[in-house]
Every structure is written in C-alpha cells, then in structure tokens.
Design a binder for this molecule. Sequence first.
Ligand code: ZDP
Length: 282
Amino acid sequence: MDFSKYHGLGNDFILVDNRHQSEPLIPPETAATWCDRHVGIGADGVIFALPGQNGTDYTMRIYNSDGSEPEMCGNGIRCLAKFLEALEIADGKALQAPHTYRIHTLAGVISPTLQADGQVTVDMGTPILLAKDIPTTLGTPDDKVVGLPLAVADQDWAVTCVSMGNPHCITFVEDVAAIDLEKIGPQFEHHPAFPQRINTEFIQVVRPDYLKMRVWERGAGITLACGTGACASLVAGVLNGRCDRAATVELPGGPLKIEWSAADDRIYMTGPAQLVFRGVVA
Ligand code: ZDP
C-alpha cells in the first residue's frame, strides 16, 4: 500500500489516499504498527484523506500512534492540505495560491489555506470553553475552567482547559525546560478529571506575543509540536491575561503563528508542512 510521510514542525504523519472510500483503508491496530519507529514507518499518527461530507471538499480522519482516534489535528491538517494539493496536481488539476480546502472533521468543518509562500494558514474554528464540553469534571459543568488547581505528582498546578475539538489542559510555568514531561505527562493524560483523557501543554510566557510550549499528547506522548495545543495555549493565555490575542508559539520543532480573532472569535494558525518521502508499506 502507498503512503506519504509528512511533518509539520517535526510532528510527523503518514498520509493515506483514501479518496475512493469513506472508511479508513486500515484499522487502528495497523495504524499503531505503522507508527512504531522500530518495526514500522514511524510517525505520531496516520491521517486519511477521505471523500467530503455535507458539501465539504474532503474528510480527514486520524489515528494517534496508540491507535486511538482524536477529533482534530492542527499540524496534521496542514500536512493534509499539502498532500491533497499533490494528489490534485498529479490528477492534472491546476491550483493557484492562495487555495482553500473545506475539510470535514470530527471537530466540524476546518479550512486550511495554502499560501503562495508555502505556509499553510488554518481556520481552526472557535474554541470550546465550558467544562462539560471539554470534557472535564473540574469546576462547574457550565463554566470555563480558568486557573483552577489540579493535583498531579504531589504538586498543585493551576490549569486552564480549552477544547479545539480535542481536549487540552494548559498550565503556565517559569521554565518549560525544567518540566519532567515523561514522568508527569501520563499522570495528566490519565487523571480522573478528564474522562476523554487530555493533551497537556506547559507554557512559558516569554513576552505577551511570544510563548514557549512543551506538550504531552494524548495517545502519542511527547511530540515536537501540536497545532491544536498551540491554539488552545494562546486561548488559555488570553483567558488568564498573560498574552496577546496574536502570538508566536515556539514548540520544540519550531514556531507557529496563532491568532484568536476578536472580530469573529475564530482561531487562525499559520505554519509549515513538508513532504518527507513517499513509500510502499508491506
Ligand atoms: O487529541 C489528541 O489525541 C492528539 N494526540 C491529536 C493530535 C494533535 C496534534 N498534535 C495537533 O497538531 O493538533 C496532531
């Protein structure tokens, strides 16, 4: 079977041309094997380009490297946009930048735009803030969760929760480099306060327009970047009065530009996506 390997700031994905069938061509267990960096291709997830639904151009589905299925993937959808462009060009279609795709996801319609300079800007939709919708049992169901205490690894963390379709828990720290991610990440992910598990972002505010982030991803562990996480972190920064509505978020794999538009309440994420190689898997 043919695949393409892409990455967005080192968050890497296996892309599958699934345009002729509305169910993913491989089951989650196979995806987990493909993601294995020793016996597989190696990736943080597998993304399927499926036929569109409800008038959209395409549908995106994704499996994490552990085989679980998240609702959305910010770096992944930039990779998907580049992958679709390559598929369409191979089909003889002439594309002109800027070019926007409307993609059906489990988090609603998300629209990536391929820019003339090669970057991809994604309309990530509006953030979801009520505790019951994250979901989390922290605070009260019909309220936002902003700076509430959560006990993890014998420490109280002030956490803010934001869903970008997928759930995120954000905490602000003095120094992201000092965080023992490997140890505390899993304890956040599996904390009983998060019934759907959680992605956790540790954020150091360098300036109001510049954040440094490290992430422990649900179903994937430590990754070099997380697009939905960068968006959720900027929202958390604004809700806590710690950052501007537009900022650069520096991830281990490089920077993303994030803006939470005051005009339409939507989040816009701009960053790169790159083809690494194409291959055939046994
Ligand atoms: O929500 C989850 O289970 C995440 N692991 C999904 C992947 C998110 C991602 N890193 C992103 O860029 O948004 C791909």
